[in-house]
Design a protein around this ligand. Structure first.
Ligand code: CP
Length: 312
């Protein structure tokens, strides 16, 4: 594995290996590793981010890397320099990995064979967000002890969600049942939905699923509003208090965040007992540590030696 571009490219075994290593790091949140000691990594975010950007930086620092944060507005990309030339420039300086968030679907396909750096997709347009998907999977595995056999409902703005884009590949590979609910105007095209993944009416999806994952309404990607008001959306497709009361015993609420409180999820549910939303954020660091180690070390036996010296 040289790059992490999407869950589409990962095998079940590769996903499980990453989750196992991330699970180890998640158990030791205070432990400082040194497997990337003295090595340079860069974070290039061409779209806003809080969770992904900062948790990558925390992960990189916990592995001992030198971290460079690229500010798009203050870079030569504003003078027309391409991302390819930017990456070749960083590579020429000795930077070994680049974490990139971009508006452009499929940007990575153009770059992977052309640059020597390791590339990590931190979200590309409406295509994929693989590290968010991995941290969601780790959170489910911690909660239920398994992913196979779970029913996971992903609800909301399905058309614009790169998180869904990754889960469409990952959850079926791991043996989970994925059901989708949302407004028809926000549904994925039929050809994007793999066999075995099905649409379900929202009340049934909430009532019967082990994981109820709500998605943010991505107002910035909508050309026109299809709902009269936030309240109208909330009643039709949000996780209302009444819908949450119908959830199965033991079922959990997830959301990749940022959250539009009381639009896709009632504000009182964000931090309720069934909510794993902030656990997801915590797991983001462990997952990103595992991904960076895997790409930059590339050997499980390196993990073993790093574990041995990490003084767990
Ligand atoms: N979930 C997620 O990607 O959040 P940010 O946009 O804050 O990184």
């Amino acid at each position: 594995m040289k790059h992490l571009i999407g869950m589409k490219e990962l095998s079940k075994e590769q996903i499980e290996t990453l989750l196992a290593r991330a699970g180890e790091w998640a158990k030791k949140p205070k432990v400082q590793g040194d497997s990337l000691s003295g090595r340079f990594v860069a974070n290039l975010f061409f779209e806003p981010s809080t969770r992904t950007r900062f948790s990558f930086e925390v992960a990189q620092k916990r592995l001992g890397a030198h971290v460079l944060n690229f500010t798009a507005e203050a870079s030569s990309t504003t003078k027309g320099e391409t991302i390819y030339d930017t990456l070749r420039t960083l590579e020429a300086m000795g930077v070994e990995a680049a974490v990139i968030r971009t508006k452009q679907n499929g940007l990575f396909e153009e770059l992977t064979d052309k640059v020597g750096l390791h590339l990590v997709n931190a979200g590309d347009g409406t295509n994929e967000h693989p590290t968010q998907c991995l941290l969601d999977l780790l959170t489910m595995q911690q909660q239920f002890g398994r992913i196979a056999g779970l029913r996971v409902a992903i609800i909301g703005d399905l058309r614009h969600s790169r998180v869904l884009g990754s889960h469409l590949h990952a959850l079926p590979k791991l043996g989970a049942e994925l059901v989708l609910a949302g407004p028809p105007s926000m549904m994925r095209r039929a050809e994007e939905i793999p066999a075995g993944v099905r649409e379900m009416e929202i009340d049934e999806a909430v009532r019967t699923s082990d994981v109820v994952m709500m998605l943010r309404v991505q107002l910035e990607r909508h050309e026109e509003s299809v709902f009269e008001s936030a309240e109208a959306y909330h009643q039709a497709y949000g996780l209302t208090l009444e819908r949450a009361r119908s959830m199965k015993p033991g079922a959990v609420i997830m959301h990749p965040a940022p959250v539009n409180r009381s639009v896709e999820i009632h504000t009182d549910l964000v931090e309720c007992e069934q909510s794993l939303i902030f656990t997801q954020v915590t797991n983001g660091v462990a997952v990103r540590m595992a991904v960076l180690e895997q790409l930059m070390e590339g050997r499980e036996n390196t993990w073993a030696s790093s574990l041995a010296t990490a003084n767990f």
